[in-house]
Design a protein around this ligand. Structure first.
Ligand SMILES: [Zn+2]
Length: 101
């Protein structure tokens, strides 16, 4: 997702990311890694935790919105799968589970 955005906005080639986008991707993956929902999770927009830092969240939101429409054109199957994911109910975090943000 970040790759599509970076390629069209920062002029990088296919598999490369500029340092800024690399950071964003790294951050997103890190957060995903720490997400307690994992497979059960819906998309992060609906997540009950909202674990991104506000500025990162905004960046990622912009990228996702941009890439989402592009993805629909180039990889409809993946995009539809993601769309379907979005309509799943966001899971509720068990009480007693604490997450270190
Ligand atoms: Zn970039």
């Amino acid at each position: 997702m970040v790759g599509i955005y970076c390629k069209n906005h920062h002029g990088t080639s296919n598999d490369e990311l500029c340092s800024k986008c690399q950071q964003i991707k790294k951050y997103a993956l890190l957060r995903l890694d720490k997400c307690p929902f994992q497979d059960k999770k819906s998309t992060c927009a609906k997540c009950t935790i909202q674990c991104y830092k506000p500025d990162m969240k905004q960046q990622i939101h912009i990228i996702m919105r941009y890439s989402g429409t592009r993805l629909l054109l180039h990889h409809p199957r993946i995009a539809l799968h993601h769309l379907w994911d979005k309509h799943r109910k966001a899971p509720i975090l068990d009480k007693g589970y604490s997450i270190l943000l």
